[in-house]
Design a protein around this ligand. Structure first.
Ligand code: ADP
Ligand code: ARG
Length: 418
């Protein structure tokens, strides 16, 4: 029997009631907050009622971000891969709602074979009318089985994780297909041990500006409430290949974010290169990614489960952003299944010239190869909207008294064709 389940029931019950009350109040203000929406029936279910005090504390760590940040869409992160099953009644409801699985039984399948997409596996944006290279990036989130997810890591575990993955990065540096450098923000490895890869603040900023490294996570209220940004900047950094195109972040929202990024015309190039790089990374000793039978690759945020993949391009859409905001672009992109982000990534503003970051929203219950094809088709549909001739503004109706008394003006003859 699990001894943790024998804690005084009234204490647990009071805490659960307190959480239910908080979420019930909050849901009135933010009905789209899935954390609050699904926490209420969960804590009232048999599974929720049976949670020990200790389990409830872990569960609270998972959902605190949604309670602290009422504008959360999901409002939860897992602290360990097991949380997705341990608190299955809650996470499953959030996941299937967010990812639109009405059956409630879909299982994720992985498939990187993009040889059948586009024309013989080629997704060329020149066919969509682009004559300038686009900035293209495909990333996946990955986590190692042997460590807690970032929300639960303490400083010592963050340093231990960095030291473990350094071996893998060194293997890539030593591989002639990759080479490159390791950049770390970790001040030291503790107990007077120096960090050999430490970079200056200036170098960090240069890498952020070049879209190579991630921005200050501590400034993100969602991550902060989940403990994901704690101990910043310990255990944070990246490896970048010699040609600059292959990058692996460590210590961001997922333990690892593995990506390929370049300017070009062929979307399949970044996709295929990432696939090849992943095979190399997975073959390195000590790299064993956490997976789930139902949800594929395990990530901190339920939004990234499955493929963990975000495939994006930076595109200029000055017409759809003529008011200086992404509002119209989002209105057009939402029904296309595309997310719109700023040029500095999530929660950043769009570029002054109307450049936005677009990516297919789907990550789970979709195959990797379908995501890259969806991006291609999404760009096509978005550009059709961007280039649509502006609709003539509706003719202003003249005041009633004028209509009654004035003769309608004669229609102007159309200009002669040249
Ligand atoms: P993630 O993609 O991992 O969810 P963000 O949206 O915050 O994270 O983006 C991280 C960084 O990657 C930011 O600097 C962002 O500008 C950059 N980025 C994303 N997509 C592209 C792209 N297609 N071209 C160049 N940089 C990109
Ligand atoms: N936690 C935030 C929310 O629930 C962001 C979720 C998606 N973004 C992310 N980086 N995981 O709205």
């Amino acid at each position: 029997m699990n001894s943790a389940r024998t804690v005084t029931p009234s204490v647990i019950s009071d805490r659960k009631l307190h959480l239910i009350k908080k979420c019930s109040d909050q849901i009135l203000l933010s009905p789209d907050n899935r954390c609050c929406k699904y926490l209420i029936p969960y804590l009232d279910s048999e599974e929720g009622k049976a949670l020990s005090n200790e389990d409830l504390l872990t569960f609270y760590q998972c959902v605190r971000t949604g309670i602290d940040n009422e504008d959360s869409g999901l409002g939860c992160y897992a602290m360990t891969p097991d949380d997705y099953t341990k608190f299955g009644g809650f996470f499953n409801a959030v996941i299937r709602d967010y990812h639109g699985d009405a059956t409630g039984t879909a299982k994720h399948e992985t498939d990187w074979d993009a040889s059948g997409v586009g024309e013989g596996g080629v997704l060329d944006v020149r066919k969509l009318g682009f004559d300038q290279e686009l900035s293209m990036r495909v990333r996946v989130g990955r986590n190692l089985k042997a460590f807690n997810l970032p929300g639960k890591m303490d400083q010592a575990e963050r340093i231990k994780f960095e030291q473990q993955v350094l071996g893998a990065f060194q293997a890539l540096v030593d591989n002639p297909d990759y080479g490159g450098n390791i950049y770390s923000m970790t001040p030291n490895f503790g107990e007077g041990v120096e960090n050999p890869n430490k970079i200056s603040d200036e170098k960090y900023q240069e890498l952020v500006d070049a879209h190579v490294l991630f921005k200050d996570m501590d400034a993100d209220p969602f991550l902060k409430s989940a403990g994901i940004s704690s101990d910043w900047p310990y255990g944070r950094g990246c490896w970048q290949s010699a040609d600059g195109q292959c990058i692996i972040w460590f210590g961001e929202e997922d333990q690892l974010r593995i990506m390929c990024m370049k300017k070009g015309f062929l979307l399949n190039e970044v996709f295929d290169r990432l696939n090849t790089m992943l095979k190399t990374v997975e073959s390195i000793e000590g790299i064993d990614f956490a997976t789930s039978d139902d949800y594929g690759y395990v990530t901190s945020c339920p939004s990234n489960l499955g493929t963990g993949m975000r495939a994006s391009v930076h595109v200029k859409i000055p017409n759809l952003t003529s008011d200086g905001t992404d509002a119209k672009a989002k209105e057009v992109c939402n029904p296309l299944g595309l997310s719109v982000r700023g040029t500095g990534g999530e929660h950043t503003p769009i570029g002054a010239d109307g450049t936005v970051d677009i990516s297919p929203r789907a990550r789970l219950f979709i195959k990797e190869k379908d995501i890259i094809e969806k991006l291609y088709k999404g760009i096509e549909l978005l550009m059709a909207q961007e280039n649509k001739p502006a609709e003539a503004p509706p003719a202003e109706a003249p005041p009633a008294e004028v209509v009654a008394t004035e003769e309608a003006p004669k229609e102007e003859a159309p200009p002669a064709a040249e």
